[in-house]
Design a binder for this molecule. Structure first.
Ligand code: ADP
Length: 742
């Protein structure tokens, strides 16, 4: 959902790890690792040691230990501290110490060139057998049947462990804001479950610290923190870095925030998934409440187990969904490979695009066409969306759950497509697969108006201030869809790989087919050339023998003569056909000898030859414009002879028969047209008239073989030139020839 992001930059920059104070329940002393000289000490140390902190600064650490322990114990304590500093402090933490009838936990950690000792009382209010409790807590948590139940059980167990008034599981959303997703509380407290808190409530650097320190206690919101006093010898050196300190004081802003909420003590445990902060176990108490180190460590253990459980469960869920998406995608690819059709497999099958993700509609933009599946936006809207994607997005996979926010035109169809997952097949060609999710109008309950966490002071300037109002503030969120899950993104990403692979395969296959086709053509050419050539002799013999029979048998009856004539004319016809087929196959063998051809004399010569051959009754032949053509003279003559011949032939029954040859130059093209007013061609036959032996139904009364135009087309292709025609049956035909000038 689209949550307003509040950027409390001031809050974000507050250096909360070097505040220079400890909480009042803790005592801190830091010494230089090399010299063991005391460099920092908290002002409240006086209470513990009975000596002014000023007398301890710059002294050997031993002096501090002597002040809080008997001599021999102090000595061995120093050994322990040294050992723990050298061997990883964590292992020995905490060391238990009696100081003035009070048991303390001593915890050691490193900070730069110093090691830091912190003392905290063990006087926890929790009075139970922690060890046993944690074991049973963990098993109860892990018994949760669903993630939600696990979270609720965790809240319950933590509450029993630390006895706080309210324990919440607080989940961070991608934009940094949080939501209470599970809660256990005192009956009389109002519920916070389901409330959303702006990202600024837990600023970025605080979230970073939660990743380092997995627990954090603020034992008493109202207690005055103690200053950490640096040795004067340090001058203006960096203040002590308290990133890893347990007793680090709290920023005054956060204290005020808690006060505004009425909270007196707060405790949190971090929940991490894949090294990111997934959320917090956030605990509030309405009176001060300290929890000692051991109990906090146990809570931390529960947090770690809960973190693993969250991670395991979500990866498990992801896995299941992943498998179902993957299976659907694999089946589509299998079908594609079987049927060899991308569009059919993606769109028309029952197991189509929609099964790869949780989308409710989808579209495929491929080879200049838009295919829609389900209730997708209109074609025109998809066209514009793709244009926008092409120009505004470099990524192969783009996804949003708030499309109208990114692309305003989508506002018009947000009901169908507030969520978009776009996957480019080819960005350059504008080919995409688009998945859509519908709008989900949601009401978000904010704990206070998230737009107004900043207060203005008397001068009207923004003042660092925590929110005062936690009144529920409802926000209606529109134009957003359910989010795209990792499983969906993974499935689409993998699917794209397979798809692109398939498209490449197909392209290769087509290339191979083309080569095979060319080979087959060449073979066929050679074959028809040989056959035609070999047929010529026997045909000539047939005709010769028919003539001999005719001459040798003058007394043959009429029927016999008629049959012999038929044999002779058929043999002639066959001979012509063979010549033409030979001519056709010769075109592909012939070399082009290009030259500039002056067309006026060529056309005139063709005209006179054709007139001699056809002897048209009433022919009006006009020529206008005869620009030069660059081409093979013999072949160009063949083209014009065929076309002008056809024009005269198929208009011979018009009176007058009109044939117009016209040439002109257009840019880099020379275009000739040959028009007649003859019988015309049914345009539904389109390019078929250029196929070998194709003759239309209306030419039965005209001599012809159906080879002429096939030859013309071949010659034009050889010249990289184009031929097309316009015609109307009964009215006439115009053929166009377009040649490149150079
Ligand atoms: P044909 O030897 O039959 O003329 P072509 O290959 O030259 O063979 O032409 C193929 C067919 O195209 C013809 O049979 C005819 O049906 C049609 N055709 C070609 N030119 C014309 C034209 N000028 N007018 C009408 N029909 C034509």
């Amino acid at each position: 959902m689209d949550y307003p992001i509040v950027d409390l930059t001031n809050c974000d920059k507050e250096p909360i790890h070097i505040l220079g104070k400890v909480q009042s329940h803790g005592f801190l002393v830091a010494a230089d690792i090399a010299s063991l000289q005391v460099q920092y000490i908290s002002s409240n140390f006086e209470r513990l040691a009975g000596i002014s902190y000023e007398d301890l600064l710059n002294q050997p650490l031993q002096a501090v230990l002597d002040a809080i322990q008997e001599k021999d114990k102090a000595q061995s304590l120093l050994q322990v501290i040294r050992f723990s500093v050298q061997n990883g402090a964590e292992n020995l933490n905490p060391v238990r110490l009696w100081i003035k009838d009070q048991l303390y936990n001593l915890v050691v950690h490193l900070s730069g060139k110093s090691f830091v000792l912190e003392l905290e009382p063990t006087s926890s209010d929790i009075d139970i057998q922690l060890q046993n409790m944690v074991g049973s807590s963990l098993s109860k948590i892990l018994e949760g049947a669903s993630l939600q139940e696990t979270l609720e059980r965790a809240a319950q167990q933590i509450r029993e462990l630390i006895g706080y008034d309210r324990v919440m599981i607080y989940k961070f959303w991608e934009d940094g804001h949080g939501e209470v997703v599970a809660e256990q509380r005192n009956e009389e407290l109002e519920p916070f479950l389901g409330l959303h808190y702006p990202a600024s409530d837990i600023p970025r650097q605080a979230r970073e610290l939660y990743k380092i320190n997995l627990t954090r206690i603020i034992a008493d919101v109202d207690a005055t923190p103690a200053d950490i006093i640096p040795a004067s010898s340090l001058g203006s050196a960096q203040p002590l870095d308290l990133t890893n300190a347990l007793t680090r004081a709290v920023s005054s802003i956060h204290i005020q925030y808690l006060k505004n909420m009425g909270v007196k003590a707060s405790f949190s445990v971090s929940l991490l998934c894949d090294d990111a902060l997934w959320g917090l176990i956030a605990c509030h108490n309405y009176s001060p409440r300290f929890i000692d180190y051991k109990a906090r460590q146990h809570a931390r253990l529960i947090g770690q187990v809960l973190s693993s459980s969250i991670q395991y469960r979500s990866s498990q869920d992801d896995k299941e969904v992943n498998v179902s998406y993957r299976n659907a995608a694999d089946e589509i690819i299998r079908r594609m490979q079987k049927d060899w059709s991308l569009v059919d497999a993606l769109i028309n099958q029952k197991n189509n695009l929609l099964k790869i993700t949780g989308a409710t509609s989808a579209a495929l933009v491929f080879e200049g066409r838009i295919y829609r599946v389900g209730d997708a936006p209109e074609e025109e809207q998809i066209g514009r969306l793709v244009e926008w994607l092409q120009h505004n997005n470099k990524r192969i996979i783009y996804h949003t759950f708030n499309l109208p926010n990114a692309f305003q035109a989508a506002e018009a169809y947000k009901a169908k497509a507030s969520g978009l997952l776009a996957c480019a097949i080819s960005k350059e060609l504008g080919e995409y697969i688009l998945f859509f999710k519908p709008e989900i109008v949601a009401t978000v309950k904010w704990a206070g108006n998230p737009d107004k966490p900043v207060e203005l002071d008397e001068k009207g300037q923004a003042r660092l201030s925590p929110r005062r109002s936690f009144d529920i503030w409802l926000q209606e969120v529109t134009g957003t869809s359910e989010r795209w899950s990792k499983a969906e993104l993974n499935a689409v990403f993998k699917f794209r790989e397979d798809l692109v692979h398939f498209i490449n395969l197909k392209a290769n296959e087509i290339r191979k087919l083309n080569e095979k086709l060319k080979e087959a053509y060449d073979e066929l050419d050679a074959f028809s050339f040989t056959i035609s050539h070999d047929l010529k002799t026997p045909i000539a013999s047939v005709k010769n023998y028919a003539e001999i029979i005719m001459e040798d048998n003058p007394g043959l009856d009429e029927q016999g003569k008629h049959f012999l004539y038929r044999i002779m004319t058929c043999a002639d016809k066959m001979d012509t056909l063979i010549k033409e087929v030979l001519g056709y196959s010769r075109v592909s063998r012939q070399q082009l000898h290009k030259q500039t051809i002056a067309m006026a004399p060529v056309i005139e010569e063709i005209r006179s030859e054709l007139v001699a051959a056809y002897k048209p009754a009433n022919l009006e032949f006009t020529v206008s414009g005869t620009p030069d053509i660059k081409g093979d003279r013999v072949m160009i003559v063949q083209i014009f002879t065929n076309l002008i011949g056809n024009a005269i032939k198929y208009s011979s029954k018009s009176d007058p028969s009109v044939v117009k040859v016209e040439g002109k130059e257009e840019g880099n093209q020379v275009i000739y047209s040959i028009a007649d007013n003859g019988i015309g061609i049914d345009m539904n036959y389109g390019g078929h008239i250029f196929e070998l032996f194709k003759r239309m139904d209306n030419v039965k009364e005209y001599e012809g073989s159906g080879v002429g135009l096939a030859i013309v087309k071949r010659i034009m292709e050889k010249h990289n030139a184009r031929i097309w025609y316009e015609s109307e049956p009964g009215t006439g035909t115009i053929f166009y020839l377009s040649f490149e000038k150079d």
